[in-house]
Design a protein around this ligand. Structure first.
Ligand code: ADP
Ligand code: MG
Length: 325
């Protein structure tokens, strides 16, 4: 490691806002050694997920580094939420063309704000020179055998989503100039500061059978549950939760399409047996997380169909966002 890398780590990553508090976290050794050491409780499984964000592909080139950091960490935490895992710590592999101090300061601050909000410490990583790319690996713990996988949905299960859908896709339209509004604040927050429902997801463990986070669009992501579980999923398009802000900006029908196929919302989609519905409603009120029943698992070829209130089919041109398609 060069002196410059060491300096970057010391100034921007091995900092109080990102460090583990030994009494709160299960981190026995953090940044500074060859490996970090985490304490894992008996009866738990380790949940691990990693994601790479590349400048120009996953975020606009001119995004503020503060926003990029928040979004990168929150998007990764969304995967922990999707399994119902409790966050333990994360690592950061970062590649940058140069050591721009302003950029690094903003990045470190954005990362700290998000890490403290979700109470997850930075425990290690790697720092290299190259095109801007950020890889975060999150580690979490979940009760053994109870993680919300994709392959456990059963016939008749109800399908739910948290929050509202389509806001982040609308944000991207604003950022890229396809839509205009005088007040873009709400949408930019939804895009750059996703709020994966981590606490709610942990409470769903043992209640919901399957869960997935909505990163590529509801139809595409629910499709993964359908295929893994060998069932068809039927969506009631008219039930989809839309934000009042989005409804002000866009006509309802067009917005429904965004809600079905737009990515980046980082809300949760989960399935559960009908008799658990009342428990989920309680949980939703208790934790203040909006939950909407949007469909049902039915018999049929694995895949997702969308229906209107009177049962007619709702046709989609494309299912969701795929990289390098
Ligand atoms: P090694 O040579 O063992 O790979 P490094 O010299 O790359 O170690 O890093 C030194 C220490 O700093 C390690 O504990 C590593 O985990 C940590 N580290 C390096 N880069 C980062 C980063 N971007 N964020 C957090 N920790 C980092
Ligand atoms: Mg290294």
């Amino acid at each position: 490691m060069s002196g410059l890398e060491f300096d970057i780590i010391r100034r921007y990553f091995d900092v109080p806002g990102l460090r583990a508090e030994p009494f709160i976290h299960s981190v026995n050794l953090g940044i500074g050694d060859d490996c970090a050491l985490l304490e894992v409780k008996p009866g738990e499984e380790l949940a691990i997920s990693t994601d790479t964000l590349v400048a120009g592909v996953h975020f606009p080139d001119d995004s503020r580094s503060f926003d990029i950091a928040q979004r990168a960490l929150a998007a990764n935490l969304s995967d922990l939420a999707a399994m119902g895992a409790r966050p333990l710590g994360f690592t950061l592999s970062i590649s940058l063309p140069n050591a721009d101090e302003d950029w690094l300061r903003g990045f470190s601050r954005g990362l700290s704000v998000c890490a403290q909000h979700f109470m997850i410490p930075l425990i290690g990583g790697d720092t290299t020179r190259g095109p801007t790319s950020i890889t975060i690996t999150v580690l979490g713990a979940v009760h053994k055998g109870l993680a919300m996988r994709r392959d456990q949905a059963e016939l008749g299960d109800l399908i739910y989503v948290t929050g509202t859908l389509g806001d982040a896709a609308l944000a991207l339209d604003l950022i890229q100039g396809r839509q205009h509004t005088d007040d873009s604040h709400y949408f930019l927050q939804r895009f750059y500061k996703p709020e994966p429902p981590l606490e709610f997801a942990q409470a769903l463990v043992g209640l919901a059978k399957t869960a997935i986070d909505i990163s590529d669009g509801l139809v595409a992501d629910l499709g993964h549950i359908a295929h893994a579980s060998g069932l068809a999923a039927e969506l009631f398009v008219d039930n989809l939760p839309l934000s009042p802000q989005a409804l002000q900006l866009m006509e309802r029908e067009a917005l429904l399409r965004k809600a079905l196929t737009g990515g980046d919302d980082y809300e949760l989609c989960f399935t559960l047996a009908q008799e658990k519905a009342i428990e989920v409603e309680h949980l939703s009120q208790e934790l203040g997380v909006k939950c909407t029943q949007v469909g049902r698992m039915v018999f049929g070829d694995p895949g997702v169909s969308c229906r209107r209130r009177l049962g007619t089919l709702f046709q989609l041109e494309s299912e969701g966002y795929e990289h390098f398609q």
